[in-house]
Design a binder for this molecule. Structure first.
Ligand code: AHM
Ligand code: MG
Length: 332
């Protein structure tokens, strides 16, 4: 960080992004603008989320998305809002969205960036007024600007992310992101319509005492994961599971903990998606001193082979993930 004391708690997101632009080796301003576009769309989604109970926009929309899950109206709205913001901004050439079967090629000749996004994650929580989130990854395209989009532009490993982040629509709305120079969190002040820096340079505790896993599926786990969770109970750790990845991850990032979505018999690759769920949070985790693995491999080094591919995910405090791996590797 070369900007010294130029920012402090209370700095607006816009100003922070501007100040940080000079830290960035490819400081053409486009990535900054892209982050602002995402922030704007998230404000709109935040407004819709807050109104969901009032304006009768919650509930099933009567159609399913590519994974065959019931799509909620707010998922659709968030998808539309983010795609619109990313298309209009002009910095993006292609989008991968949880809600879209195929890559969205924006046919934007000057767009340098590819965005993978889950516009509204935690869909089972939408209708019951529980925290939900947006998750995004930003990549620089590999092929020259102006040429057609190729597979290599889209199928990049998480290590290639130039930025990633999430928005948590919770008791407060927060935007947390990294460009590879630490992790900063901003809290939304809705009466002013601004995000303010509230959590500068987040550092994840190296150890913790919270574990987050859907224990309802434990009969389907590999024995090592079950032994690890049994050990968490022996140690009298706290079980916390919201069922919204962003919310569970965010809590554990700040307080110290581990989130696990393991392989199950039903879902041998787990449930979560590599390209727009796991990678973004793995980048944030590592930048904050935490870790993310699929049980064998660093999440960020997994080569994606399909857009909606799933991966098991163990993410959180360094020592907890290391211990979970000891248990799971021992019995494999
Ligand atoms: P979604 O993309 O359909 O919302 O599913 C992802 C969500 C995560 O936010 C959450 O951690 C997980 O699914 C919960 O799954 P489960 O209900 O199987 O525990
Ligand atoms: Mg999701």
């Amino acid at each position: 960080d070369q900007s010294g004391l130029a920012y402090s708690v209370g700095t607006t997101l816009d100003r922070f992004i501007k100040l940080k632009q000079s830290d960035f080796p490819f400081a053409s301003g486009e990535l900054s603008q892209l982050l602002r576009d995402i922030a704007l769309a998230s404000k709109i989604v935040n407004r819709e989320t807050n109104r969901a109970g009032l304006s009768n926009i919650g509930g099933a929309f009567g159609q399913t998305n590519v994974q065959g899950e019931e799509q909620q109206k707010l998922d659709v709205i968030a998808n539309i809002r983010f795609i619109r913001a990313l298309s209009k901004g002009g910095e993006v050439c292609a989008i991968v969205s949880e809600e879209e079967d195929a890559v969205i090629d924006l046919n934007n000749k000057s767009g340098k960036y590819v965005v993978a996004i889950d516009p509204l994650d935690g869909s089972s929580n939408i209708d019951v007024n529980i925290s939900i989130g947006t998750i995004f990854s930003i990549y620089r395209r590999k092929t020259p600007v102006g040429s057609p989009i190729l597979e290599e532009d889209i199928m990049q490993q998480g290590t290639e992310q130039v930025a990633s982040g999430y928005v948590l629509y919770g008791s407060s709305t927060m935007l947390v992101y990294t460009t590879g120079f630490g992790v900063n969190g901003f809290t939304y002040e809705h009466s002013l319509g601004e995000f303010f820096l509230s959590h500068p340079m987040i550092k994840a505790p190296e150890s913790g005492s919270i574990y987050s896993i859907n224990e309802g599926t434990q009969e389907d786990w590999n024995p090592g994961i079950k032994e690890y969770i049994d050990d968490c109970k022996v140690k009298k750790y706290s079980a916390r599971y919201i069922g919204s990845l962003v919310a569970d991850f965010h809590r554990n990032l700040l307080k110290g903990g581990i989130y696990i979505y393991p392989a199950t018999k039903k879902n041998p690759n787990g449930k979560l998606r590599l390209m727009y769920e796991a990678n973004a949070l793995a980048f944030i985790a590592e930048q904050a001193g935490a870790v993310a693995t699929d049980g064998n491999k660093r999440i960020l080094e997994i080569q994606p082979t399909s857009l909606h591919q799933r991966t098991p995910l163990l993410i959180g405090s360094k020592n907890m993930v290391a211990e979970a791996l000891q248990f799971s590797n021992k019995t494999e």
